[in-house]
Design a protein. Structure first.
Length: 215
């Protein structure tokens, strides 16, 4: 293949990469192909670049090539960030549900967000799971949906042939706190009842018992 044919092939490849980026499909592959193509061009034209562009200035060439390498690494990190975050989210969910599955409620509780822990104490969390005999069996994380306006919030869509907290498909909210993904959880998810109604029933129960004692 002569140079002219080679560069025509590269131009066609760049057009394909551009279409891929516009469609937001296979961005990582497009980035890697772009880097390989640019690297190939530099290698083929290294003599011309050294004489005409860098004017045989070694440190100038090193600076330019280093800048290209840094740009590629930053771009690669940016493109792969959603995949890395998704992996961390999946790991957190697996730890949480597998701890529930094995009865390690304290371990599962540690995966909850700070706000969840404030409104749902460990004793209540443990008692609700034990009293309601909540069991987790097989489950699949179908999708992780990131919030468009806050990249620290997401929703994981889980499914199972068995019920997950009473649902065939469970939408589990996640939030990023202290560089870790935590589960947003409440008593309503575990039992179908919120903490407020539980406290109300406890107060009603005390009053009812008092009247029973008096009358």
């Amino acid at each position: 293949m002569n140079r002219q044919s080679f560069y025509i092939t590269l131009i066609n490849t760049f057009i394909g990469i551009g279409a891929s980026l516009l469609l937001k499909d296979n961005i990582l592959i497009a980035l890697l192909l772009s880097f390989l193509i640019i690297g190939t061009i530099i290698f083929i034209e290294r003599k011309w670049l050294g004489e005409k562009i860098f004017r045989k200035k070694k440190w100038y060439a090193i600076a330019v090539y280093s800048a290209l390498a840094v740009t590629f690494i930053i771009g690669l990190s940016f493109v792969t960030k959603p995949s890395r975050e998704t992996s961390h989210i999946i790991t957190s969910i697996n730890v949480f549900l597998n701890d529930i599955k094995t009865g390690d409620y304290k371990g599962a509780y540690e995966q909850l967000s700070n706000a969840s822990k404030k409104t749902y104490p460990l004793n209540d969390f443990t008692r609700d799971h034990s009293n309601n005999r909540i069991s987790i069996q097989d489950f699949t994380i179908e999708q992780v949906i990131f919030n468009k306006y806050d990249d620290k919030k997401t929703v994981a869509v889980l499914s199972s042939p068995f019920l997950l907290y009473g649902h065939e498909t469970l939408h589990l909210e996640m939030i990023k706190e202290d560089h870790e993904w935590r589960v947003v959880f409440s008593r309503k998810i575990a039992t179908g009842k919120d903490s407020a109604s539980s406290k109300s029933r406890k107060r009603d129960g005390v009053i009812t018992n008092l009247f029973k004692k008096l009358f």
